[in-house]
Design a binder for this molecule. Structure first.
Ligand code: ZN
Length: 385
């Protein structure tokens, strides 16, 4: 093999590698052009939804690029992340509720009652000064002392005068009433977990819809249906804790409200699956339907206030429900009016657009409802029916 041949081969291989690198560069450039963000006017009809968001659209990218775009900046990035973070928030709340909330029983009123009773006993019956002190009553693990008290004292004092025995009998009843709820199992959690499930489904479906809908017309149709079904699920399951825990002692109204909202929820999910429902011109109809469904909640809330007007828990939960309604109401208003982007088209393509504000308000409303749910659980855990 001569030197000439070697030079020739190396020139050849240089030529091939130059050619390959050019090809690679060309491919990369083509990819860049192909997966570039586009303007509103170059979108296919099914992706045109909000003309005030003028640029930064992904349009008909392959699924891999669409999935990877969760980590890049475009006009749906914050829509995806606001509800994805909301989903993780509700997932954590569900785990927290499942693990911790059955143990969250407010012992302070009970301890205050026991302390008061202790001092009353000491005042009535000075011979009781040898009894366990308040140090023992401070710890929940020493409840058995109150049981001992209720079980033994009347017999112990059976030789005392009649008044002492009567006082102790009434004390026994008081203590038995006070500790009775501690012997009860926590109230059923399923309506609360149904709401948490509805919230997680809604948030995850919405996040996936915003990420994937730009891939193709077919996927867009499927994802929009899932998104609207998620909103219906969130609204209908939000009624469950309110209705169940407010009316659990009145099976007629409990079943009436639970049945009505379940039928309404299923009906709305079915309507939202109709292809016509997803058209941009139905934006106001969609909002009115979801808003109307939410407004149905006014009936059980007023009914609850009539029944329990003197209960602090009823007022407390109603306060949260009004706050939740305010968040959802403002959210629906921003969603339909497309404020602020209609005032400055193109300025809110990446951040600050109406849909992102709407998403944040939905998460805030659902979280407010979660707080109301905790009040219901504590109320019914302590009181039962
Ligand atoms: Zn959305």
């Amino acid at each position: 093999m001569g030197e000439d041949q070697q030079v020739c081969e190396s020139e050849d291989s240089r030529g091939v590698s130059e050619c390959c690198s050019k090809e690679r560069k060309g491919k990369r450039l083509w990819k860049k052009v192909k997966y570039q963000l586009v303007e509103y006017h170059s979108l296919p009809g099914y992706l045109r939804d909000n003309e005030f968001i003028m640029g930064h659209y992904r349009s008909e990218w392959p699924l891999k690029q669409v999935l990877l775009s969760i980590f890049t900046i475009h006009n749906e990035t914050l829509n995806v992340w606001t509800h994805l973070l909301g989903f993780f928030l509700f997932l954590s709340l569900t785990v927290y509720t499942a693990m911790k909330v059955p143990n969250v029983v407010d012992l302070h009123p009970l301890q205050a009652d026991l302390q008061k009773l202790h001092w009353e006993l000491l005042a009535c019956l000075p011979s009781l000064t040898s009894m366990p002190t308040m140090d023992l009553l401070r710890s929940p693990s020493t409840w058995h002392i109150t049981e001992l008290l209720t079980n033994c004292l009347p017999e112990r004092f059976s030789y005392s005068n009649h008044t002492d025995v009567c006082v102790l009998r009434s004390v026994k009843e008081d203590v038995a009433n006070m500790i009775a709820h501690l012997m009860l199992r926590p109230i059923t959690r399923w309506p609360f977990f149904a709401f948490l499930g509805g919230a997680m489904f809604c948030l995850l479906a919405s996040s996936a819809c915003h990420l994937l809908a730009c891939h193709s017309k077919k996927l867009s149709c499927i994802m929009l249906r899932v998104d609207y079904a998620g909103i219906s699920a969130l609204i209908s399951t939000s009624f469950y804790p309110l209705v169940y825990y407010s009316f659990m002692c009145d099976p007629f109204f409990c079943n009436l409200y639970m049945g009505s909202i379940t039928l309404l929820g299923i009906g709305t999910i079915l309507v939202s699956l109709l292809p016509v429902f997803q058209k941009p011109e139905y934006r106001n109809f969609r909002t009115s339907l979801f808003l109307g469904m939410g407004l149905c909640g006014i009936a059980p809330i007023i009914h609850k206030l009539v029944l329990f007007w003197n209960r602090p828990e009823a007022l407390h939960t109603t306060g949260y429900e009004i706050l939740m309604g305010t968040f959802y109401g403002i959210g629906a208003l921003i969603y339909t009016t497309r404020i602020p982007e209609r005032w400055m088209p193109g300025k809110f393509d990446i951040a600050g657009q109406s849909h992102q504000l709407f998403h944040v308000l939905v998460v805030a409303g659902a979280y407010t409802h979660y707080r109301a749910g905790l009040v219901y659980l504590r109320w019914r855990d302590l009181e039962g029916c």
